[in-house]
Design a protein around this ligand. Structure first.
Ligand code: HEC
Ligand code: HEC
Length: 397
């Protein structure tokens, strides 16, 4: 058996992992291979990026076994109309819709949801629909949590913007709709709220939800995750296998996790998936969203007070291996304690304007709150003018 610790509150979610079989033991070579890959800083060829985009948007890695066979979400989604789906943060890809469809579609009819799914227009959800417009199978993709749309057609409806943190999505509320989730666990899932998820709850049974981060702007970042647990592909495999319920291998002795599936539908896709993520640039701030002159004044304030940790163009000292104990920056340590590294990576600041709230737990609602937090915690003694300028500078990143 895999030595994954299984929390008793969540049997349904975990049968997937327990059923994984156990072909091996100890540290897999995948982790090492992924680390080596990142060291060579791969060439991002257009073909590899395109392949990765298709995986990011549409590949479920076989996770229907979790979302359909165990959680029975296909039955739940069949009762959800598009208005409700949009309200829990799901997004609709307008470019997948035939012209005029939205003029006539009834957004209060669950049948419209099935029609949208048939068109592959619901971002991050992949479904099979039969001839009677019934959802027969359904799974999720990376895009669910890490893509949004530009709202060009309406709220939640527009062109895809991959890599954007879906700050509106309420993954806990969605999972809690499953008839297979025990009441006790439902209470935990519904406590997280929009824009947050706990990617370790089904491993250790604890709940300290963290913000859904962007998956863009990672080209020159050595380690992914808030705690820098490993390179992008390490984390992609973790999420695909242990969270999405994908059929693949993931092993990390630091966490006591060793899950294996045959066939492995994840590992071979990691290089293309990584190439796509590394190709995603952080979105520039909208025109007029910050005061240019004040931002210019804010840069030296940032350089003096922040660049000890947010160094260089990557704005993180983690590329040289550094991590920070939670108390160094006045952070709550409960989430870090559950991770492999147990300390926080200096977040590589990118697209800040796009994804409030800030810090791992969303404890700063605005950039003003971020600056106030540091001013207090690090006793910086910033003047009101310096604080205001620094905020304008942060809006440009
Ligand atoms: C249910 C929502 C969800 C899904 C689905 C999901 N993620 Fe994430 N992702 C998260 C959360 C939450 C984190 C933060 C974890 C951390 O940093 O400790 C995260 C972190 C990341 C990061 C690290 C970002 C950084 O700043 O270092 C990357 C990259 C990423 N995810 C890519 C992916 C890919 C690729 C997939 C598909 C295989 C995926 N995610 C599926 C929720 C999700
Ligand atoms: C001692 C190192 C250190 C210093 C100094 C520092 N930071 Fe950070 N910063 C971190 C760490 C570590 C995190 C991750 C904390 C977390 O999420 O819990 C972080 C997170 C952030 C975030 C959150 C990003 C996000 O996507 O949620 C912002 C914004 C930020 N810092 C801005 C600043 C500013 C502005 C300053 C200067 C006033 C500053 N930092 C000084 C280490 C530092």
């Amino acid at each position: 058996m895999p030595n994954l610790v299984i929390h008793p509150a969540l049997p349904a979610l975990l049968v997937a992992f327990a059923a994984a079989g156990s072909a091996g033991c100890g540290l897999s070579s995948e982790g090492e291979a992924q680390a080596a890959e990142t060291r060579v800083n791969p060439a991002l060829t257009p073909a590899l990026i395109a392949e990765g985009q298709a995986i990011f948007r549409f590949d479920t890695f076989g996770d229907e076994q979790l979302w359909t066979d165990q959680l029975r979400m296909h039955e739940v989604v069949a009762t959800i109309d598009p208005i409700t789906a949009l309200a829990i943060g799901l997004k609709v890809d307008s470019e997948a819709l035939p012209p005029g469809l939205l003029d006539t579609a009834d957004l209060s009819d669950p049948a419209t949801t099935a029609a949208l799914l048939k068109l592959d227009a619901v971002v991050g959800i992949k479904a099979s629909i039969d001839d009677d417009n019934r959802i027969t199978r359904l799974g999720i993709t990376c895009a669910l949590c890490h893509s949004s749309v530009d709202d060009s057609v309406g709220p939640g409806i527009g062109r895809r913007m991959d890599g954007w943190a879906n700050v509106d999505l309420d993954p806990g509320a969605i999972i809690a709709l499953s008839p297979a989730v025990p009441l006790e666990a439902k209470a935990v899932y519904t406590s997280w709220g929009p824009g947050k998820y706990d990617p370790r709850f089904n491993i250790d049974g604890l709940s300290t939800p963290i913000v859904l981060p962007p998956a863009y702007g990672l080209r020159h970042i050595r380690n992914a995750t808030l705690t820098g647990d490993g390179p992008v592909s390490y984390w992609n495999a973790y999420v695909a296998v242990t969270q999405m319920g994908g059929q693949g291998n993931f092993s990390d002795p630091r966490l006591g996790i060793d899950v294996r599936h045959t066939p492995d539908l994840v590992t071979a896709k990691l290089p293309a998936l990584r190439a796509y993520q590394l190709s995603l640039k952080a979105p520039p701030p909208p025109v007029g969203s910050f005061d240019r002159v004040a931002a210019r004044r804010g840069f030296p304030v940032f350089a003096r007070n922040c660049m000890g940790c947010h160094v260089g163009s990557s704005r993180t000292d983690n590329n040289s291996g550094r991590l920070h104990a939670p108390e160094e920056t006045g952070m709550d340590g409960a989430y870090a304690a559950r991770t492999a590294n147990k300390a926080y990576r200096t977040t590589p600041l990118r697209g800040l304007w796009q994804h409030p709230p800030y810090f791992h737990d969303g404890s700063a609602a605005t950039l003003a709150d971020v600056v106030e937090h540091y001013d207090d915690t690090l006793a910086l003694g910033l003047t009101a003018a310096e604080r205001a300028d620094l905020i304008e500078y942060l809006k440009t990143l």
